[in-house]
Design a binder for this molecule. Structure first.
Ligand SMILES: [Zn+2]
Length: 204
């Protein structure tokens, strides 16, 4: 009899499994799934977040969502001050986040750890309120204003998209998409070579 494969959720992942987590790249299908709400706030959840920070730091990222490590849960971590030299650490964990009352519009050049080497300008909301839970399940609420200098507002919109299976390239217009098409194909080819399957490539 064979042991069934792990499902990749926190509840089924032992600490040893968490250490084995790796970043997944486009067009891995987990990046297209709507992630599930977190309902259990236990030590394994904290261990998952610690592992996500490790992986984000290895790649010098400023945000990482759980689906990007193959775990389909509504969690992301951020460290938005990393890009400012000498800034204090700003590590934050966002569980079951929801954006409310979005207003205005702003454009920012974004990249994504699931799309190495691809950058593009993306249109986002300028101001909104976000509510989320911490590792203890406590609820929090904060207003963010990108044009007032709160770059974190861009990061959380990008990461929250990941929890709904939305990727930053989905926001690009046809011309922008054409400019990154060759790099997208390279990622699609690499995924096919590694897995023998096509995954979920963009169909437009
Ligand atoms: Zn991303």
């Amino acid at each position: 009899m064979h042991k069934p494969p792990s499902t990749g959720s926190v509840s089924s992942a032992s600490p040893a499994d968490l250490a084995a987590l790796r970043l997944v790249h486009y067009p891995h299908p987990v990046l297209r799934r709507r992630a599930a709400e977190v309902t259990v706030f236990d030590d394994r959840l904290a261990a998952l977040c610690a592992r996500m920070f490790e992986l984000m730091d290895e790649e010098r990222g400023i945000g990482l969502a759980a689906p990007q490590v193959g775990v389909s849960l509504r969690i992301f971590v951020t460290d938005h001050a990393k890009r400012e030299q000498g800034a204090p650490p700003s590590r934050r964990i966002w569980i079951n986040p929801v954006i409310e009352n979005p207003q205005g519009e702003t454009v920012y050049e974004e990249g994504c750890l699931s799309f190495p080497g691809i950058y593009a300008k993306v249109r986002r909301f300028d101001r909104f309120t976000i509510r989320w839970q911490d590792l203890d399940g406590e609820e929090h609420r904060e207003s963010l204003d990108v044009s007032a200098g709160q770059f974190l507002g861009i990061v959380v919109q990008h990461e929250l998209d990941h929890l709904d299976g939305i990727l930053f390239v989905d926001h690009l217009n046809p011309l922008q998409l054409r400019l990154v098409r060759r790099k997208l194909r390279e990622l699609e080819d690499a995924y096919r070579r590694a897995t023998g399957t096509a995954g979920c490539p963009i169909r437009r």
